[in-house]
Every structure is written in structure tokens, then in C-alpha cells.
Ligand binder design. Structure first.
Ligand SMILES: [Zn+2]
Length: 195
């Protein structure tokens, strides 16, 4: 006979809070969002590393029949939230994921690491981005700057090169003329100065 608890044991909560550190929650999120769930070897590596962060079966949650299918569903739900263009949209979508994770009510007593990760995701919803480099192999990332569009320097490089090329074709001649004129003026000036 199971009893329904309406609160988590304080020691359990403390343990979870200590285990699910923000940096770890963020690396779990990034790895999970970019995981290729079709790739069995990648899934195995991921599960080996993050088993404790995945949803734990509770009285209401039931056992997961096929982990790969379950991962695909959990990932799809989070992708849906991450892809929302505005922070508020991401937060609302995350709240839906959280409430589904904590339903039915019995599940609320079984606070697992995944609950903590989802709550942390809610805190960082304003930094969720998808890398604008379409060739990026791991496009889901948490931005460090608000204006950040690319996950990394290598991903930003092609856009920077393209920007430079476009700038040069539009302003290159003008810039060179100005530079030559300035150099000429400086030459004249230094001649007059007697150097
Ligand atoms: Zn990227």
C-alpha cells in the first residue's frame, strides 16, 4: 500500500538541489537538445552520462518501455519550447512541459532531477537560441550575450566573412580613396614639418 505524500522529504530535496547544479543542468540541456536520438551509439553515451537527469519513473509516470522513443518524445517537447521565438512563449511552453511531467498528482511527490532541470530551463528561457549557421551540428545553445546569434566562433565565421565581402564590394573603393587621400595629406604635412 503506497501512501500519497504531499511534500518531498527535505533531505531528498537538498540532495537534488546539490546534484543538479546550474552548470550541469545547462550542459545536460544543450547535450539533450542536440542529441541525435536515431543514433543508438550517441544515445547510449548520452544515457550513460546523464541517466540521473532523465525523468524517473514514479507511481503515476510508469515505466519507460523504450528509452529511445521516450527520449524522442521528451526532446520533441523541449525542442517545441526552445523554438518559440519569444521568451514568454518559451516560458509558457516550458510550463506545459513541467506540468505534464508533474501530472498526475502522485508525481508531484516524486521530485526528480528532471523536474529541477526543467525549472532551470525556465530560468534560462531568455537565453535559449538556435544557431543561425544552417550547417551547425549542434544548433541548440544558451546564449551568453543577448544579441548572440551563433553558438560559437567557428559558426559565426562564414557570416562574418560574408559581411566583410559585402562591405568591401559596397564601400571598398571609397575606403581606399579616403585612405590614399589621408596618406597623401600626412606625407605633405610631414614634408612641411621638415622631417
Ligand atoms: Zn553553431
Amino acid at each position: 500500500m503506497t501512501t500519497l505524500k504531499n511534500s518531498i522529504a527535505p533531505d531528498t530535496l537538498q540532495t537534488l538541489v546539490k546534484r543538479v547544479r546550474p552548470a550541469l543542468a545547462e550542459s545536460f540541456l544543450a547535450e539533450f537538445m542536440n542529441l541525435d536520438v536515431i543514433d543508438a551509439a550517441a544515445v547510449e553515451r548520452f544515457v550513460r552520462r546523464f541517466r540521473n537527469f532523465l525523468p524517473q519513473p514514479g507511481s503515476g509516470r510508469g515505466l519507460v518501455e523504450n528509452l529511445q522513443d521516450a527520449l524522442r518524445d521528451w526532446q520533441a517537447n523541449l525542442h517545441g519550447a526552445w523554438r518559440q521565438p519569444l521568451t514568454l512563449g518559451r516560458e509558457v511552453a516550458l510550463l506545459r512541459v513541467i506540468s505534464a511531467h508533474l501530472t498526475p498528482p502522485e508525481a508531484q511527490a516524486i521530485t526528480d532531477a528532471y523536474t529541477m532541470v526543467l525549472l532551470h530551463a525556465l530560468h534560462v528561457a531568455d537565453r535559449m537560441r538556435i544557431c543561425q549557421n544552417h550547417e551547425c551540428g549542434a544548433p541548440y545553445f544558451l546564449a551568453e550575450r543577448r544579441s548572440q546569434k551563433y553558438c560559437s566562433e567557428p559558426c559565426a565565421r562564414p557570416a562574418q566573412a560574408e559581411f566583410k565581402a559585402r562591405w568591401w564590394s559596397a564601400h571598398g573603393n571609397e575606403w581606399q580613396q579616403k585612405r590614399r587621400a589621408r596618406a597623401k595629406r600626412q606625407k605633405t604635412k610631414s614634408h612641411k614639418g621638415g622631417n
